[in-house]
Write a protein that binds this ligand. Structure first.
Ligand code: NAD
Length: 341
């Protein structure tokens, strides 16, 4: 799935540190543990937090072997989130104050290995909730547009509505949202979550989700290659650029508790279909060709997901605002795909 990406060419994003609010309210530096940190999102978040709080403020972890630039950027260690004792030990030994739990099997990968998805996406969440309560940690676990399902309003999809997803990924994320909100309300756990749309960047390889086509399409276009799309041309899905996703995460992590009317918010930047993305790409690459061969599993997932995400709650409550729209996203992805692939 990630064959177009060169691991050693993977880049992480940097936001200006002035754009980042501080994580600790007193003079004690925060200590942030990121699980699943070598996926699409982890390194960029670590980079932004380290710019503000120092290299040692973030302990990046995963079960993958880290490239040398990760090792030189700050603390990195092996951490299998299915091993609760190791997770607890890392929290204690590293004096962690905030836990960002990114380890997960995404929608398409999850459907291909349901038992493992249940372990990684459900069992590890139980461990994180337990440990966060024991050690009084702030806990951030992202959710997804995949947490809704075919019976919810799809255009637009509000923060609060029926959630009956039909993938193990979506089911596990609803479980996580409800458990986190329950422990927040009943035990005072400082749980925070954002439902991300498809997160796009040509700098970091996507991890096997339904919206990955958009990144692979941009990489193909940048390389002047034809592209075969695994979704129908009219499949509309919500999306955001990676730097917006990272900024939303930091803003949610640092929002004053009394500004949070909810503990799980929708966030998004735009919605488009494959044919709209092709039209935008052709403004730069006029000979770009695309054929459509919908994958029945991926198409069925996309057809059950929101088309347009209503994130007015995040915008009103804690000032969320995206910076990348479709034209800026395409320009940026074509530039970085040409540079790094
Ligand atoms: N990328 C998106 O478009 C998107 C959209 C919505 C929500 N999210 C959520 O954001 C989080 C991060 O997503 P991502 O795109 O970086 O995912 P990714 O698939 O790119 O990375 C997940 C990481 O988890 C790690 N992992 C798997 N099993 C593990 C285990 N047993 N122990 C420790 N680590 C393990 C993998 O090695 C991988 O590096 C996930 O929770 C995902 O559900 C992502």
């Amino acid at each position: 799935m990630n064959s177009m990406f060169c691991r050693c060419g993977q880049r992480f994003l940097a936001l200006p540190s002035s754009a980042v609010r501080h994580l600790s309210t007193d003079s004690t530096p925060p200590r942030v543990l990121i699980t699943g940190g070598l996926g699409q999102l982890g390194r960029s978040l670590a980079s932004v937090l380290r710019k503000t709080h120092g290299n040692d403020s973030v302990v990046l972890t995963d079960i993958k072997k880290a490239p040398s630039d990760v090792l030189s950027a700050g603390p990195y260690s092996y951490l299998d989130v299915l091993d609760e004792a190791s997770l607890r030990r890392t929290v204690v030994e590293e004096r962690i104050t905030t836990l960002v739990h990114y380890s997960a099997l995404l929608s398409v990968v999850g459907e291909s290995n349901i038992p493992l998805a249940m372990k990684v996406n459900i069992d590890s969440v139980h461990s994180c909730m337990q440990i966060a309560q024991e050690y009084n940690l702030r806990l951030f676990i992202p959710s997804t547009i995949g947490a809704f399902g075919p019976h919810c309003p799809r255009n637009p999809t509000p923060d609060l509505t029926v959630q009956r997803p039909r993938t193990i990924y979506g089911v596990s994320k609803v479980h996580m949202e409800l458990l986190g909100e329950y422990f927040q309300a009943s035990r005072g756990l400082d749980f925070r979550s954002l439902r991300f749309p498809g997160v796009l960047s040509a700098d970091t390889p996507p991890g096997g989700g339904t919206t990955d086509y958009a990144v692979h399409m941009a990489v193909a276009a940048a390389k002047d290659r034809p592209f075969e799309c695994n979704l129908r041309p009219d499949t509309r899905l919500p999306m955001m650029y990676l730097s917006d996703c990272v900024r939303a995460t930091v803003e949610m992590l640092t929002a004053p508790a009394d500004s949070l009317r909810l503990r799980t918010y929708n966030v998004t930047a735009m919605s488009f279909t494959p044919e709209e993305l092709v039209a935008e790409i052709r403004k730069h690459k006029k000979d770009f060709t695309v054929t459509y061969k919908p994958d029945p599993i991926v198409q069925a997932i996309a057809d059950s997901w929101p088309e347009v995400f209503d994130d007015s709650g995040a915008r009103n409550d804690w000032g969320w605002n995206h910076e990348y729209d479709l034209s800026r996203l395409v320009r940026r992805m074509l530039e970085s795909a040409a540079k790094y692939h």
